[in-house]
Write a protein that binds this ligand. Structure first.
Ligand SMILES: Nc1nc2c(ncn2[C@@H]2O[C@H](COP(=O)(O)OP(=O)(O)OP(=O)(O)O)[C@@H](O)[C@H]2O)c(=O)[nH]1
Ligand SMILES: [Mg+2]
Length: 458
């Protein structure tokens, strides 16, 4: 009797088990578009190909098939799957275009359930999977909700040293001319905000990822809107803010940004996510150097705040968060030889674990893996004298065939002098060509799927 009532309860919960919203994020160029395209491609092919051995439901032949269905949220742009596939299946294949905004795609996955409670409902079940692509930079804005304009300004000025100071100089020179108490001229403000945005873009181009406000570099639909036209100011002295002054307008825009941009994102999108994958490209900052590497680490730490709900936390005050699994994935693992994959995971763990352990991440499972969404190389060995050396082979962007050993990946966070002794050469290759009836070649994308969705397909 008891077991029947338990089954009834589970049956009631089944509706929640038949729909998952999977959010995909990462800093720009981390590989979000490639990941979603490949994920959709793998699932659409899973009925006819043995392409997902690490996804238990697929390995057990319980996945009957997947198809695309129209998304329910009509206000969000569609993820451009066909366009991205067109590029990856082209001859020669090319990487999909960079994307700048949130987008969504929906799949219906039919499978044979293993769980008794689901089997009571029929021999097949359907999991509706929404996949949402959004820029990781948007998560860098969360701390803004806890700061007023003066505090945020102070923090921004505090960060202005070294390379950042150098890049900010043109904007700093212009802003030095501004009298904050003077009556505001919107055009002047717009010009200064443009210079500030240019500084943020230059930070990104120099490999510095911690940029605030994050929406300035990836404005999406808000491009050119006045809510993105403000900047921090130094030494806010006047206790009384003059009506109509620059300072008043800057404060008002900052407030508007907090409410209409940051809070709105968390309420409208983030609060609806069930599962989250964060893609991390550890290899590009290794190519660039120590500063870029540490900057990526601090950007990741910032990004993790969005999963720290706590009971009295900022996010819990805004909505009731639902995410119960977060997967950090080191992407583009096909750039390195398979023997280095363990080190890549260990490096990623070193970047995220300490921050994760020191904070109260209640009821969230966290894992780290390495993977490649779309392979650009094949791996093998080259003979070096007596010795066999592991190597990767691919076609460079310039079209040359290249076989090389790209170097060791450090298993631990490297010291600054590491770059004096080690040279990294993680070359960009074109995607491997794919036959029109084959699925895209990947490394461990199925493992990511098992971690993120395995329980929902049981
Ligand atoms: N070798 C390899 N390169 C990859 C892989 N995924 C992404 N890349 C490379 O990384 C670049 C960026 O990938 P995208 O998928 O466009 O990244 P994104 O995060 O969507 O980038 P934005 O839309 O600009 O934010 C691609 O153009 C490829 O050069 C992968 O699995 N393997
Ligand atoms: Mg993209």
């Amino acid at each position: 009797m008891k077991s029947i009532s338990k089954e009834v309860t589970e049956f009631m919960h089944r509706s929640t088990d038949s729909h998952v919203r999977l959010a995909v994020t990462g800093l720009s160029r981390a590989g979000k578009t490639a990941f979603i395209t490949s994920l959709v491609n793998q699932l659409l092919n899973s009925a006819t190909h043995d392409n997902l051995p690490l996804l238990a439901a697929a390995r057990d032949k319980r996945v009957i098939g997947a198809r695309r269905v129209p998304q329910t949220n009509l206000m969000v742009p569609r993820f451009t799957y066909d366009e991205a596939c067109g590029q990856l299946y082209a001859n020669p294949p090319i990487w999909p275009e960079p994307t700048r905004d949130v987008s969504e795609i929906r799949l219906a996955i039919r499978y044979r359930p293993k769980k008794r409670t689901k089997r009571l409902m029929g021999s097949t079940a359907t999991l509706y999977l929404d996949i949402i692509d959004y820029p990781g930079e948007w998560l860098l804005d969360l701390p803004l909700l806890d700061m007023d304009f003066a505090t945020w300004s102070e923090q921004q000025y505090h960060a202005l040293h070294g390379k950042r100071k150098e890049l900010a100089q043109p904007w700093l020179d212009s802003v030095a001319q501004l009298d904050l108490d003077e009556q505001a001229n919107e055009q002047v403000l717009a010009q200064l905000a443009e210079q500030y945005t240019e500084y943020l873009h230059q930070c990104k181009a120099a490999g510095l990822h911690w940029v605030q406000p994050g929406r300035f570099v990836l404005p999406g639909e808000l491009s050119g809107a006045p809510v993105l036209q403000f900047f921090p100011v130094d030494n806010i002295s006047s206790a009384q803010v003059t009506k109509g002054s620059y300072l008043e307008l800057l404060q008002a825009r900052y407030k508007e940004y907090q409410e209409k941009v940051v809070k709105r994102f968390y309420r409208k999108y983030f609060s609806t996510f069930d599962r989250q994958i964060v893609l991390v490209d550890c290899l590009t900052p290794l190519n660039t150097g120590f500063d870029a590497f540490m900057d990526m680490r601090s950007a990741l730490e910032q990004l993790m705040h969005s999963f720290r709900y706590g009971r009295s936390g900022l996010l819990s005050r805004l909505f009731s968060p639902k995410i119960d699994k977060v997967l950090f994935a080191a992407t583009k693992a096909d750039h390195i030889t398979p023997d280095q994959h363990v080190n890549l995971v260990s490096l990623l763990q070193q970047m995220v674990h300490p921050a994760w352990q020191h904070a109260a991440y209640e009821n969230i499972d966290m894992s780290c893996i390495s993977m490649a969404s779309v392979r650009s190389t094949i791996s093998g060995y080259i003979q070096q004298g007596e010795r066999q050396q592991s190597a990767v082979q691919g076609t460079t962007q310039a079209g040359d065939n290249l076989t090389l050993y790209p170097g060791d990946v450090p298993a631990k966070l490297p010291n600054p002098d590491y770059w004096d002794k080690h040279q990294f050469e993680f070359t960009q290759f074109k995607p491997l060509p794919t036959e029109s009836d084959a699925a895209l070649a990947h490394i461990r994308l199925d493992k990511a799927l098992e971690i993120l969705l395995g329980d929902k397909l049981r």
